[in-house]
Design a protein around this ligand. Structure first.
Ligand SMILES: [Mg+2]
Length: 151
């Protein structure tokens, strides 16, 4: 059996999609190291204002959401709605991670493009990050990369 879709249905679906896009809530991504932990007060104010306004605030970082990170975000009073970790993502997709002195090492290409892939998949509008390595992976997606200078 083939499902026949009539044109009005297609148009309605398209209009719904457009409306969703027009009512699109702002989605921002925040890196932790060199961004939140460097400017905790600014990102506390920004994240709290945005979450209050109904925006999505995604933490987009390398590290797992462990107790240390939980405490860091809580102490800084960062408001967020989602959490993405490269390590957790690579583990979930069965990419080998080697640990040396507590530091993760994995396929460089997969590691470096993980934030980009997440921002693309989630339609993040603005990504705040201090890394030029990640910045260079954002050139072909719709997310605006805001390079935080912290030196
Ligand atoms: Mg960083």
């Amino acid at each position: 059996m083939v499902k026949v879709t009539f044109l009005p249905e297609i148009l309605k679906a398209r209009a719904n999609k457009r409306n969703t896009a027009m009512n699109n809530i702002l989605k921002i991504g925040l890196d932790i190291h060199g961004v939140i932990d460097t400017f905790p007060n600014r990102f506390k104010l920004l994240s709290s204002a945005l979450v209050k306004d109904g925006a999505e605030v995604h933490i987009v970082t390398g590290v797992k959401r462990d107790d240390r990170i939980e405490k860091l975000l809580q102490d800084a009073n960062i408001h967020f709605t989602h959490y993405f970790s490269i390590v957790e993502h690579l583990e979930a997709t069965h990419v080998t991670i080697e640990w040396q002195d507590g530091q993760p090492f994995a396929d460089e290409k997969k590691w470096n493009s993980a934030k980009r892939d997440y921002c693309k998949a989630q339609s993040i509008d603005l990504m705040f990050d201090d890394s030029a390595i990640y910045r260079d992976t954002f050139h072909d997606i719709d997310t605006t990369f805001l390079h935080v200078i912290n030196r």
